[in-house]
Design a protein around this ligand. Sequence first.
Ligand code: CTP
Length: 408
Amino acid sequence: MPLFVFLGMMLKGKKILVGITGSIAAYKAATLVRFLIKEGAEVKVIMTPAAKDFITPLTLSTLSKYPVLTDIFKEDEWANHVMLGRWADVLVVAPLSCNTLAKMASGLCDNLLLSVYLSATCPVILAPAMDEDMWKHPATQHNIKQVQQFGNRVIPVESGELASGLIGEGRMAEPEHIGNYIIDFFSKQPGPLAGKKALVTAGPTYEHIDPVRFIGNHSSGKMGIAIANALYKQGAEVTLVLGPVPDNSLLKGIEVVHVQSAREMYEACQKVFPQTNITIMAAAVADYTPATFVNEKIKKSEGNWLLELTKTQDILKDLGGKKRDEQLLIGFALETNNEKANALTKLKSKNADMIVLNSLNDKEAGFGKDTNKVTIFDKRGGVAAFEAKPKDAVANDIVNYLIEYANA
Ligand code: CTP
């Protein structure tokens, strides 16, 4: 049995301050930091002076890849405790000793961890650890209630063998339990898109000629799937209309409508669009489809085959025509030349709020790649050019841009 089951980047993009105090359970903080890093979090560690008697800062700086912070003043340097508390999405104190708990309950501030705690604007999670008699002492119980009343979250202590050799209550929760508590905590936070409905299109379309042949393209759907995930992580309720590609990297909780052709994609979007607040069209929709579908396999004959194609509906343009003022509509433009001019033309002609341009001239962009390089043009004249990045990071950039645009 593995000690940990890593859930896979559940804390990606999260900034976590881990505070360690003087308790025998401090050695477990190393495992906690490793867990948080494996789940994708950025972690900085603060230790109280007493914590250093139980675990070395070197272990924790190696695991967290940041210098461990212990002193408010170090020679001529001042640790900016206010900015540390603002940097973090959450402060987790594990283990929390009886002594630090008492100081937190009364507002004492004689080390860096306590100054960060008192000035922190982020939520605080505490994982106490002490011997059973200390844990049960009325003063400790009073302090626990006090820090909870201040709005801090307390992870219950566990029962088992204690440092004294006695068996009882007071053990710090196992690092894996603390890690899962933190994942759960973030998953319940209402994101900036909570209550918003989003529609995303992704992947290619297949235009069938007969039962065995179709016209398609090389789109992998990765960009659109990453966008659906990014919207979902920010709290939106997401429907993904997906062409014929696998959806295995899609987060649970996102509704998927599988389609094959441009016609089916058009119809699926028509149903969902009126209720959506945000629509992002990342699909590579076929612009032409066979004029007729033949039910049986077409046999080859002498000479050339001229296949008649008719135009498909431009879904983005159609939705742009129906869009209400409060709805945000975002399209993509995949270009090979005159990129900026073509993107700006699409912004206008399709009545979109933003166009995300990717150019096939950039080697990091294009079908099937794991990276993309985009420039966003918005209707108010805003332009943002981003570096080449993995598609997940590009998706975050696009979603963050639209959140800022909506709030401006
Ligand atoms: N799009 C669409 N329906 C179509 C074609 C395109 O919704 N039938 C959307 C795409 O999802 C994308 C945007 O329109 O968001 C631009 O797609 P793109 O292929 O770059 O441009 P086209 O409009 O097809 O124009 P052209 O092929 O001339 O560049």
